[in-house]
Ligand binder design. Structure first.
Ligand SMILES: C[S@@+](CC[C@H](N)C(=O)[O-])C[C@H]1O[C@@H](n2cnc3c(N)ncnc32)[C@H](O)[C@@H]1O
Length: 332
């Protein structure tokens, strides 16, 4: 099983009629595995939720730890992730795989838990390697493909559609706030003047436009990194989903259940930190009152300090460099 998650497995998948070699685009090396599993305080026979299934790296290890009586609900908003998981875990009766957003946890968990208390929820945020590696998804500035970037390809609008209609100010605002790109105005202006010539439909076109507009290169960073990150986060409403997903996770956890969240950049981590701090403090409105009503008391407690990947993991998997794990526990 551990071999499986390190990417050593080979499998043929068929997405939309295209046979993809698993070794090219269907692998994802999970990060902070030991830390995340320890954070969930896994118990044999327990019921756990993997809110971001991806290619099931964390799920497969949770299944190993919970034994024959344990159960896992794994969800992903990307239909390809779920299709791939169904192939890989065909005979796994302890696992329920659902194509959904983690914002729906409050309906999904009661519907699938069979009355079992939920002992832990794991979020491993961001994009998976298969999403990045498959040029047809449009996530990557390294390979030309349609400018899409939707995680859930059954909903919403591709980036190309949004860029064809958004105002200069809207584009600038997204690139500035979600990409923290200091050349946001220049990039937005370049996009608007390029689209006046002809629609921007390919990632390669956007890369060329942004690369001309962003003059200063950050060491080790492609000039389109910030713009692509911003557009991806915007089109998938990643921060909005995260806020709602964290609240939903807290609601479904049983007392003593653990919430473990792995984030990959400062905007995500800020949202996780803010949520966990807020939930682990008395509502400030009631701070000076002699008695704090139950609804204003902390609902969670923080567990440990934030954790980063060890140098040895970063050497094996550069994606782990920016990974950050935060953990909280639901109070009674
Ligand atoms: C970093 S990958 C997870 C990798 C996984 N832990 C593994 O070991 O294979 C993140 C996954 O979360 C999914 N995702 C992102 N936002 C989501 C949301 N709001 N609801 C459900 N899944 C989401 C993405 O589609 C992607 O497959």
């Amino acid at each position: 099983m551990v071999k499986d998650v390190s990417g050593a497995w080979e499998q043929k998948s068929n997405f939309g009629g295209r046979a993809l070699s698993a070794s090219i685009v269907d692998e994802h090396t999970p990060v902070l595995v030991g830390e995340a599993l320890a954070a969930l305080a896994l118990q044999a026979g327990g019921y756990y939720v993997d809110a971001t299934f991806g290619r099931g790296g964390h799920t497969s290890l949770i299944l190993q730890a919970v034994g024959r009586e344990g159960r896992v609900l794994a969800i992903d908003r990307d239909p390809q992730a779920i299709a791939s998981g169904r192939e890989r875990f065909t005979d796994e009766v302890r696992l329920t795989l659902v194509h959904a957003s983690f914002t729906d946890l409050t309906t999904l968990v009661p519907a699938h838990a069979d009355g079992r208390p939920c002992r832990g929820v794991l979020f491993d945020l961001g994009v998976s390697s298969p999403q990045l590696d498959d040029a047809s998804r449009g996530f990557s500035f390294r390979a030309d493909g349609p400018l899409d970037m939707r995680m859930d390809t059954t909903h919403g609008q591709p980036v190309a559609s949004w860029l064809s209609r958004a105002s200069l100010d809207e584009i600038r605002e997204v690139i500035s706030t979600l990409g923290e790109e200091r050349f946001a105005r220049r990039v937005a202006q370049a996009i608007v003047s390029a689209r006046n010539e002809r629609p921007i439909t390919r990632t390669g076109e956007l890369v060329a436009i942004v690369s001309k507009a962003v003059r200063t290169r950050e060491p080790g960073k492609h000039p389109a990194t910030r713009t692509f990150q911003a557009l991806r986060m915007f089109i998938n409403d990643e921060l909005g989903q995260l806020d709602r997903g964290l609240s939903a996770a807290e609601e479904v956890l049983a007392p003593g259940g653990r919430l473990a969240v792995i984030s990959f950049h400062s905007l995500e981590d800020r949202a996780v930190k803010t949520f966990m701090r807020r939930e682990s403090e008395v509502d400030p409105v009631f701070l000076d009152l002699p008695e704090v009503p139950p609804s204003a008391r902390p609902r969670m407690k923080l567990v440990g300090r934030k954790a980063r990947a060890a140098q040895s993991e970063v050497e094996r998997n550069p994606r782990a460099r920016s990974a950050l794990l935060r953990v909280a526990e639901k109070l009674a």
